[in-house]
Design a protein around this ligand. Structure first.
Ligand code: HEC
Ligand code: HEC
Length: 203
């Protein structure tokens, strides 16, 4: 018969051995599958690639749903130190548990606002528009991790401009309630909104 101490040691060892299987390591997955493009802390150094640090977990997993189903088409991108790829194939390849872990990891990082040149007058006009039409869901000037939406305060201008263009042309879908507000805006108003989000990088 085993002595209680030996038994405890055996149980200890076996439960330790179970740990790695139960917890996917978000930081390791990020390093392996995302960091080449989004940065290891989720702050991208290329203005065409969005920073995703501090994004709400649900905003990350929701984006993966739309990439996986091809509702949202992600551009092909070739990072300096890696293979060309796009978010659609990345979303199709990752397991649910790895996605959950990596989303949690990036949600825990700090979004670094980019300081970029902007037109102050236009940004002011954009701030007013934002408060009236967008703040409800993109709260605190689109910087709150409490929303289930991507952060835009201090996001890269080039990424925002591209994103707005795809949304305005209808090439990229958006939530119904957002569409109601978005489609009424003319191109000057959309420009003002982008200017506002860019200006928040200098706050
Ligand atoms: C080959 C480069 C590349 C890799 C690797 C990559 N991404 Fe992306 N990611 C992009 C690009 C480019 C976009 C913008 C695509 C678009 O326009 O929809 C993007 C968009 C996103 C978005 C949407 C952001 C927003 O503001 O809506 C999320 C979330 C995201 N990626 C998370 C991840 C995670 C998590 C991983 C790792 C599992 C990953 N990405 C791996 C290049 C990459
Ligand atoms: C009813 C809530 C709601 C309103 C109002 C709303 N949005 Fe959104 N928005 C969302 C959600 C949720 C997402 C993420 C899901 C998606 O992209 O389909 C999103 C995504 C976005 C994106 C994509 C960001 C990225 O990084 O991929 C942009 C740009 C955007 N919104 C701009 C706006 C602007 C500008 C307004 C005001 C005119 C606005 N939204 C109003 C809920 C809303």
């Amino acid at each position: 018969m085993l002595k209680p101490a030996t038994l405890a040691a055996l149980i200890g060892i076996s439960s330790l051995a179970l740990v790695p299987a139960a917890f996917a390591d978000g930081a390791a997955i990020a390093k392996d599958k995302c960091a080449n493009c989004h940065g290891s802390d989720g702050n991208s150094s290329d203005p065409t690639v969005p920073s995703i640090a501090g994004f709400p977990e649900a905003a990350i997993t929701d984006a993966f749903e739309s990439y996986k189903s091809d509702d949202r088409k992600g551009a092909k991108y070739k990072p300096k130190n890696g293979e060309e790829d796009d978010m659609n194939s990345i979303a199709k390849e990752i397991s649910d548990s790895d996605l959950k872990a990596v989303a949690k990891y990036y949600a825990g990082q700090t979004f670094k606002r980019q300081k970029q040149a902007f037109d102050a007058k236009l940004a002011k006009k954009g701030a007013k528009l934002h408060d009236r039409k967008c703040e409800k869901c993109h709260s605190e000037g689109a910087s709150s991790p409490e929303d289930d939406a991507p952060l835009m305060a201090g996001q890269w201008r080039e990424y925002l401009e591209n994103e707005f263009k795809l949304l305005a042309s209808g090439e990229r879908g958006m939530p119904k309630k957002m569409k109601k507000k978005f489609k009424k805006l003319d191109s000057d108003q959309l420009k003002a909104l982008i200017e506002f989000y860019v200006s928040e990088g200098s706050e």
